[in-house]
Design a protein around this ligand. Structure first.
Ligand code: NOJ
Length: 747
């Protein structure tokens, strides 16, 4: 055993025995107290929570970020309660604390786990200055419906990308050790299936077959657990008829039984009592029973546990051992955080808020998150020296708050540098700038200022249109049925276009929007998501070519809402669409007889392809992929195949490319997706340079959960693609063979 492992082992042993001896002294009421989280938003928390703390009735508080008040609560808990157990202090730190980073969906577009980890680390360091020691992130719900407002908080549609970035975020929050100054416990949420809510309506129901739960929705949670996440949060949603908060299959059978998760599970906000609203229980008492026996260790912001759990234990309906197990898990995290040694926070012991490290990381994240969707005639980057005048138009060019995005309770708007300010700084006196906001906000229908926008456009050499959605149009409880540009923005684009100048749209949004109405009206589209505080400088750098865009879409962009769900890893079906077997509504003759002969799975009134595929994103250089190959034609189960490609920067500028590996398992006892991302790497290449990029694939990487719910790898043929998007054209293949039919190199 290495000394590091030995220390870790001792620490766990030590914690376990400390938990045991503390629990030996606890009454049932004190144990249940640890399972209760109270909200702290009704005035000065120590005043109204104090008595309950002294009585040992509170394990955690949520939503308090005043360090003096937090310290006072901790003092009361540790000095004035019988057993002196410190508090978990929870807060949503979703994409930065004071220094706001791009929304998680934007961070996903960086395809850069190191950057996501750094963003979470910076956020943890800032949040810890207030005494917060637990955050409710990462959200790792696979999100394949851009109508769902919470897609903004997610890492998008892909299992592998979400898993890798979720694990990176956990590492960032929790650091090397939970008791390091500035580490906070993370919480992977919302277990499970929340992203599959019907029609993207938040809180709606979900129906997900077990094989899909296992092959898609569960996987990012397992990845977070493997990364050491301390806690998990349940979902608000109904899962196959049993709301997640009362679902013992996912919370106990899978989470504890199969995965051996030893952290604790918290409900979502009041979701224990909502079991009654779902129609699963008759009252709060039954809700407490269902949630506790399903495996919810702590109730968030409700009072079903505090009012009713004891009666179930006393009647023998709930086993005391189950309560003990939950409390032990909660106390373990408290010990691991070092709270029994130090529960008071000294902000001075942590880095300053908005440190250079924080702002640099936020700027790099914003830069790498922006996706260049189109760039006709290489209109971008703008050549400062060749331009006399630029018009900057739109409701989101100079909107400090709106560029921050959803869930930024603590975000400091004052730190925001808007695109308008950054562009002004960048061009200085060299270029004449005009700014016309044109619309009050993204939803405005009034177009009386449009003539000023048109006037500015016609006097300029280029037009920068800042469009999109305000922050409030995405996030929790903010789903949309129409995900086009809201308000009169499309009309603004058309009017400005008519001025005849090159038009570059920069879009700030919390989700993929349907852009079909404007895609042909503009020369270039830079999709910046809600880029956070440093969005302005990042966008200016990209527009003027200081940096080359390198973001790649973490979610498919539909042409229209009717295509949803549309995602790259769909199944083939029996009649997959191709250019040859689809018909357009305009090409159907009058009185045409009903026929399905030779036709496929498509909509009559749009293409079967998305507007922009998953993984798409252009650069100011051109990357060419050649010579894809697999190291072996055949491998045995348990072996590794290396898939390689030569990547050339055949353009004029140094730039980064996110190289993506996809595979398809052609024949399996459970049909498999047409493509699955299996690896990705960010690579920086000089113009003219070529580099061989290789990915090692172990046969375990090709496993799936089969009909019986067991993980399996089936021998057979696999296709592999490497490229710059899920539309990658370079393809090779290899075959997995059963151990007893070995031939060739591995024999
Ligand atoms: C409800 C949200 O669903 C969850 O994500 C969040 O962490 C909690 N509220 C706490 O604010």
């Amino acid at each position: 055993m290495s000394s590091a492992t030995e220390n870790m082992f001792n620490r766990h042993e030590d914690v376990a025995s400390r938990v045991r001896s503390l629990m030996d002294q606890m009454t049932l009421a004190e144990k249940i107290g640890q399972m209760c989280q109270l909200e702290a938003t009704h005035g000065y928390a120590p005043d109204y929570l104090g008595e309950r703390l002294r009585a040992g009735q509170v394990g955690s508080v949520i939503n308090i970020v005043d360090v003096d008040a937090v310290n006072e609560l901790q003092r009361i808990a540790t000095e004035e309660s019988r057993l002196g157990i410190p508090l978990l202090v929870g807060r949503d730190v979703i994409h930065g604390f004071k220094t706001v980073f791009p929304i998680p969906l934007g961070q996903a577009a960086t395809w850069n786990p190191d950057l996501v980890e750094e963003g979470a680390r910076v956020a943890a360091l800032e949040a810890a200055t207030t005494g917060v020691n637990w955050t409710f992130a990462p959200m790792v719900d696979i999100s394949r419906d851009p109508r769902w407002g919470r897609i903004a908080e997610s890492f998008g549609e892909c299992v592998l990308l979400t898993s890798e970035l979720g694990a990176a975020m956990v590492r960032g929050f929790q650091g090397e050790a939970l008791d390091d100054n500035g580490s906070i416990a993370a919480c992977a949420k919302h277990f499970a299936g929340y992203g599959a809510v019907e029609s993207g309506r938040d809180y709606a129901t979900t129906n997900i077959p077990d094989t899909k739960l296992r092959n898609v929705y569960f996987k990012p949670f397992k990845a977070c657990i493997d990364a050491g996440v301390s806690t998990l949060m349940t979902s608000f949603s109904d899962l196959n008829g049993i709301p997640a908060t009362g679902n013992s299959y996912i919370l106990t059978d899978v989470l504890r039984g199969e995965w051996g998760f030893d952290g604790f599970v918290v409900s979502d906000w009041d979701s224990v009592r909502q079991l009654q609203v779902h129609g699963l229980t008759e009252n709060d008492s039954e809700s407490a029973y269902e949630a506790a026996t399903a495996g919810v260790d702590m109730e968030m912001a409700g009072d079903a546990y505090s009012n009713h759990l004891a009666e179930h234990v006393e009647s023998g309906r709930v086993d005391l051992a189950a309560i003990d197990a939950a409390v032990a898990r909660i106390l373990t995290i408290k010990f691991e955080l070092g709270l029994f040694e130090a529960s008071q926070t000294d902000p001075g012991s942590l880095p300053d808020i908005a440190s250079k490290r924080a702002l640099d990381a936020a700027r790099t994240a914003a830069t790498q998150s922006a996706v260049l969707l189109k760039n006709d005639h290489d209109i971008l980057p703008l050549q400062r020296a060749a331009l006399n005048s630029i018009a900057v138009i739109g409701p989101l060019a100079d909107a400090r708050y709106e560029q921050l995005g959803t869930w930024i309770f603590d975000g400091d708007e004052e730190l925001s540098v808007t695109p308008w300010h950054a562009i002004r700084d960048f061009v200085g006196d060299d270029v004449e700038l005009q700014y016309v906001r044109a619309m009050e906000n993204s939803r405005s229908r009034a177009n009386d200022e449009f003539h000023r926008a048109v006037e500015a456009a016609s006097k300029s050499d280029a037009v920068l249109l800042f469009l999109g959605e305000e922050s409030i149009l995405s996030g929790e409880a903010h789903s949309r049925a129409d995900i086009g540009l809201p308000g009169d923005q499309v009309e603004l684009v058309r009017r400005v276009r008519a001025a005849g100048r090159p038009v570059i749209a920069v879009i700030l949004a919390g989700r993929p929007l349907t852009l079909s109405d404007i895609v042909d009206e503009v020369d270039a589209i830079l999709y910046a998501w809600h880029p956070g505080a440093m969005g302005g400088p990042a966008i200016a750098d990209l527009l003027f070519g200081v940096e080359s865009p390198s973001g790649k879409l973490p979610a498919t962009f539909p042409r229209m809402v009717g295509q949803i769900p549309i995602y790259y890893s769909q199944k083939n079906g029996g009649k997959p669409p191709t250019q040859e077997n689809v018909v357009h509504i305009d090409d159907i003759d009058a009185f045409a007889p009903q026929t399905s002969f030779g036709m496929s799975a498509f909509h009559l009134d749009t293409c079967f392809t998305p507007l922009f595929p998953f993984g798409h994103g252009l650069s100011y250089t051109t990357f060419e992929y050649h010579n894809i190959r697999a190291s072996h034609e055949e491998i045995r189960l348990g072996d590794v195949v290396t898939v390689s490609v030569d990547l050339a920067n055949s353009g004029q500028v140094e730039a980064e490319e996110v190289v993506q590996l996809y595979t398809r398992d052609l024949v399996a006892s459970l049909t498999r997706p047409v493509k699955e991302l299996k690896g990705f790497r960010r690579v920086r290449l000089q113009p003219g340079a070529t580099e061989t990029i290789s990915f090692d694939l172990h046969t375990d990487d090709l496993a799936f959960f089969g009909r019986d719910g067991q993980r399996t790898v089936e021998p057979g043929l696999f296709h592999a693609w490497i490229g710059g998007s899920s539309d990658a054209a370079q393809r090779t293949e290899f075959r997995i063979i059963a151990p007893d039919s070995v031939t060739g190199v591995n024999a």
